[in-house]
Design a protein around this ligand. Structure first.
Ligand code: ATP
Length: 348
């Protein structure tokens, strides 16, 4: 590639280390001239050190080109520690969580190709919560600036990727203030993009339509919690949470991770699907290639996604979540070896 990148690696919890290992092996093929910098964070790291995230990690991340990250476990309920995922997103201002969902022939329930752009720093995940005796509350926070940056990101994303339609998904008929502001800003920003078709859908109807007619969606922009829930629904349509990757983007900083969580039920068994983490790696290559005008890296990211599509649609080497009997390593090796062949490299 002729260009040196510095990439942070957060291996994560549960299945994280297993799937990140495979994504890194793929990246070593696709971006051989890259330095990988390990960053400690999450439950495993907390158990070892008593800290949720390595000292100085946020400054370190800001100084890197990007981060590839595994899922991190967050225990539920009061009295437990705060989500490190949310902390990283908020502290680094990773305001757009971009999740492409494209159907695989023979695996997915229907045919579709859409992208959910989830607001990633505000909404019901703002951490403004409290309890007074038998009363508990969580405040949904929306700021004009917060809505504007993610909505604008979604429109720019649509234009740059050749999508013609952007839909706002909200519940402004009930949440008149927070979702009302989101909706207002959406229409304001939309005026700057006269060539993009816009529409709005209430989140409940969006869930229904996404299952019934997913092909009508192109780019969807939506507040934090709705985006979280609809992403899992969309991953179900694709065929498995283990197949989907995401980009979390801020100003000059980006973190790439799979859509799935730490999957403690299958951790350590060597059966987790590594494709979601590998897709995250492909999104990272696409992001860096675009940012740096690195055509070779852009091409390598397209080739990687093509290779993944081939492996999934052929159905010969797949993990059990998508009906196969292969292990994590086997799927990773298949992708890596095919990628190396396609890029004209020998031996991995
Ligand atoms: P978290 O709270 O960390 O987001 P979660 O319990 O909400 O986690 P996941 O960890 O994503 O959700 O797991 C949901 C289901 O999807 C589990 O049954 C899990 O085994 C399955 N799953 C998640 N990721 C994968 C993967 N990479 N390969 C196979 N199955 C997976």
């Amino acid at each position: 590639m002729g260009r040196r990148y510095r990439i942070g690696v957060i291996e994560g919890d549960g299945v994280g280390p297993e799937v990140v290992r495979e994504a890194l092996a793929v990246l070593r093929v696709a971006m051989p001239d890259t330095e990988f910098v390990e960053i400690g964070a999450g439950l495993n790291y907390f158990r070892r050190t008593g800290k949720l995230i390595e000292e100085g990690a946020l400054d370190l991340i800001r100084s890197l080109d990007a981060v590839i990250k595994g899922p991190l476990t967050t225990p539920p309920g009061p009295g437990t520690y705060r989500s490190v995922n949310v902390l990283i997103r908020q502290a680094l201002g990773l305001y757009a969580n971009v999740r492409p969902f494209r159907s695989y022939r023979g695996v997915s329930l229907k045919e579709f190709n859409f992208v959910i752009v989830r607001e990633n720093t505000e909404g019901l995940y703002s951490g403004v919560e409290g309890r007074f005796r038998d009363l508990a509350f969580s405040v949904k926070v929306a700021t004009k600036a917060g809505c504007e940056r993610v909505v604008r990101f979604a429109f720019n994303y649509a234009v740059s990727r050749g999508f013609r339609r952007v839909a706002a998904v909200h519940k402004a008929n009930i949440l008149k203030e927070s979702d009302g502001l989101f909706r207002e800003v959406f229409h304001e920003v939309a005026r700057e993009y006269p060539n993009v078709e816009v529409n709005e859908v209430f989140v409940d109807a969006a869930a229904y339509n996404m299952v019934r007619n997913p092909q009508v969606f192109q780019v969807v922009v939506t507040p934090n919690l709705y985006g979280d829930i609809l992403s899992d629904l969309a991953a179900g349509l694709v065929g498995s949470l283990g197949l989907c990757g995401s980009a979390q983007v801020g100003d000059g900083v980006a973190v790439f991770e799979p859509v799935h969580g730490s999957a403690p039920d299958i951790a350590g068994k060597g059966v987790a699907n590594p494709i979601g983490e590998i897709e995250a790696a492909a999104l990272m290559m696409e992001y860096l290639g675009g940012l740096r005008g690195d055509e070779a890296l852009l091409n390598a990211s397209t080739t990687l996604r093509d290779v993944v599509r081939g492996v999934v649609e052929e159905g010969r080497v797949l993990t059990p979540d998508v009906g196969g009997s292969a292990g994590t390593e086997e799927v990773g090796r298949e992708v890596r070896e095919r990628l190396a062949r396609r890029l004209g490299l020998r031996g991995t």
